[in-house]
Write a protein of this length. Sequence first.
Length: 128
Amino acid sequence: MPDALDRFRAHADPAGRGRVGEEDAVAWLRRQGYRVVERNARTPAGEIDVVAEEGATLCFVEIKARTSTEYGPAVEAVGRSKQRRLVRAAALWLAAHPTGAACRFDVLALDAAAGGWEFTLVRAAFEG
């Protein structure tokens, strides 16, 4: 049975790799106690990888996966422009799904390591 990285690397197209990485990330988030509300939430401002609840907090989670450190760790792939797009997308999502819950932006990075993924979760990675 192929491990997570083998399944990830088996896809030639970025979309296929993204789906595999996201599956692994969502399973990991659930094991950490997150309750997934929506995946691949589409808004006119872009897509939110995962909308989830951790306790009473609504989390907009950006997932990044990398099999190489050639361009740095995966967590560094969420720059200022990506953050701005996620904030706009979250505002539109919230307009369509009103809630009184506190919200935050998390980043879940998957980096290749011996034997599988190394997960790095940054809660409240940036402000909205």
